[in-house]
Design a binder for this molecule. Sequence first.
Ligand SMILES: NC(=O)c1ccc[n+]([C@@H]2O[C@H](COP(=O)([O-])OP(=O)(O)OC[C@H]3O[C@@H](n4cnc5c(N)ncnc54)[C@H](OP(=O)(O)O)[C@@H]3O)[C@@H](O)[C@H]2O)c1
Length: 263
Amino acid sequence: MSLSLFDLKNKIALITGGTHGLGMAMAKGLGKAGATLVINGHTPEKMEKALAEYKAEGLTAYGYLFDVTKEEEVKQQLAIIENEVGAIDILVNNAGIIKRTPLVEMEVADFEQVLKVDLTAPFIMAKHVVKGMIERKAGKIINICSMMSELGRNTVGAYAAAKGGLKMLTQNMATEWARHNIQINGIGPGYFATSQTAPIRVEGHPFNDFIVNRTPAGKWGEPGELAGAAIFLASEASNFVNGHILYVDGGILATIGKPSNEE
Ligand SMILES: NC(=O)c1ccc[n+]([C@@H]2O[C@H](COP(=O)([O-])OP(=O)(O)OC[C@H]3O[C@@H](n4cnc5c(N)ncnc54)[C@H](OP(=O)(O)O)[C@@H]3O)[C@@H](O)[C@H]2O)c1
């Protein structure tokens, strides 16, 4: 088997929300496989810090600040990116938010904000990036889903609705665009150590113990452990994989778990 199947040299990859966390970890993986990185974020200080980190690791990365939920802004920035860096070969829809509130207490505005960032924004981004991919008859789109694309859990109803929707949006994008030689897939991360999970990842927090016990691998994921899945779905190695969600979760979706008193 040749590793050239995974080579991303001469490819341009746009990662939304790539200033830290899982987006940055996947971007670093794509960059190490040879891709030129276009990093989106919406906080100037975080962007500055992120670009310095990419540079320190020897990766070529360009930063663009825009809100992925605003269609006009997205269109303008995509035109600038195409002009300054080049056509986008790989789009990773990673930017996301979570609001942990029981549904009965949740404000409609908060519910809609989660849907906007986690579901509508990937649609907006893909809608405008795919046009060039259709013309070039090549492209890769990776939507970052979640185990909540498959499961419910207390307090994350809006997030689960959005991520479940993103799974179906991924399948529908594949349905409409696969015939143009574009592969659209998703990655469903399990529980990873990032700022999004920091509030529940503290020792003594019952949720922390629950996750460690519930995950067959017995630990939280390290962000770098997502890079392989991202490289696979961004590369030629996945050219006949479409509409698939690849769960990277330490086996958590494979099992119902075990009672806490059982070895
Ligand atoms: N961490 C986990 O265990 C886990 C598990 C399953 C799925 N996921 C998913 O993986 C993705 C990344 O998660 P993470 O934990 O790395 O999250 P994170 O650390 O909170 O990072 C989210 C990124 O998205 C950006 N962002 C948020 N709203 C945006 C907007 N409107 N426009 C542009 N950028 C925006 C953030 O920028 P700012 O920092 O500037 O706001 C940040 O760069 C998300 O889609 C999340 O739902 C995470």
